[in-house]
Design a protein around this ligand. Structure first.
Ligand code: CAA
Length: 259
């Protein structure tokens, strides 16, 4: 199966599938088509009996630098509501097989939210994690406020979401956001090693166990996600969103007015 913005190897290794996000020039910014590709590929791999574990990766420079700002720049709140882009994310979250994110370089905004939607994260020493949406006049919309807070706790989640600061792979490990940090040359190999350990277990037990661990995080999450989503759409009613995204595209510093 070929896609526009991802590369898929259903048998990268025995029982292990690899999905590579593939918009290198845009640092793998997650546009709508890429997310559709990803949703479709995950569904296919989830229903392929030969696949027992799935790895999602980007390239050394960037896992993903967030949702595609250029696709949202001129959208209003109702455009965003009608676009319903997060339905794709809901589908991705329903993948029954374990999904590992192998992260190097930028893992920002929607990119960090995608990594957190995966079940585990293996990172290179060069990885940088952040939710920088605040710097373009919006806030996370694909689960960032909920999943980050659950993963790293309130203090660090608040700091990251309210300042947009990036944290290093070592700090992400200490905070419990990721599973492992390894040299950049071997981050994919390490993810494959972890996938192999999982792939040798019972696929049924793995499925049920994954479902059960996720349940621990579910109580209250759905409500939180819908709350977050409405607020994310509301950001597109502001002038600051336009200013923030225009400034990004024009490569200048934004001037926010609180309007
Ligand atoms: N959307 C669209 N294009 C992006 C992008 C994004 N999120 N991130 C990077 N790009 C593009 C840049 O526009 C640039 O394209 P051109 O060459 O055509 O100008 C190219 O990728 C390379 O980027 P930079 O020149 O900016 O590279 P850099 O090394 O100087 O900076 C960076 C890297 C710090 C990651 C910077 O690109 C950046 O700040 N990106 C935006 C990060 C961000 O704000 N992410 C959140 C998006 S909103 C979101 O994700 C909402 C949500 O919750 C769903």
């Amino acid at each position: 199966m070929t896609y526009e913005f991802i590369l898929v190897e259903p048998q990268f290794e025995k029982h292990i599938a690899l999905i590579r996000l593939n918009r290198p020039k845009e640092l793998n910014a997650l546009n709508l088509q890429l997310m559709q590709d990803l949703k479709h590929a995950l569904y296919q791999l989830d229903n392929d009996d030969e696949v027992r574990c799935i790895i999602i990766t980007g390239n050394e420079k960037s896992f993903a630098a967030g949702a595609d700002i250029k696709q949202m720049e001129n959208a209003n709140a109702i455009d965003m509501l009608n676009r319903d882009q997060f339905e794709t994310w809901d589908q991705i979250r329903k993948t029954r097989k374990p999904v590992i994110a192998a992260v190097s370089g930028f893992c920002l905004g929607g990119g960090n939210e995608l990594a957190m939607t995966c079940d585990m994260i293996v990172a290179s020493e060069t990885a940088k994690f952040g939710q920088p949406e605040i710097k373009i006049g919006i806030m996370p919309g694909a689960g960032g406020t909920q999943r980050l807070a659950k993963a790293v706790g309130k203090a660090l989640a608040m700091e990251m979401v309210l300042t947009g600061k990036f944290i290093s792979a070592d700090d992400a490990l200490k905070a419990g956001l990721i599973n492992k940090v390894v040299p950049v040359e071997v981050y994919l190999d390490e993810a494959v090693k972890l996938a192999k350990e999982i792939a040798q277990q019972s696929p049924i037990a793995i499925r049920l166990a994954k479902e059960s661990v996720l349940k621990a995080f579910d109580s209250g999450l759905q409500e939180g996600l819908y709350f977050e989503r409405k607020n994310f759409y509301m950001c597109f009613a502001s002038e600051d969103q336009k200013e923030g995204m225009n400034a990004f595209v024009e490569k200048r510093k934004p001037e926010f007015k609180g309007k």
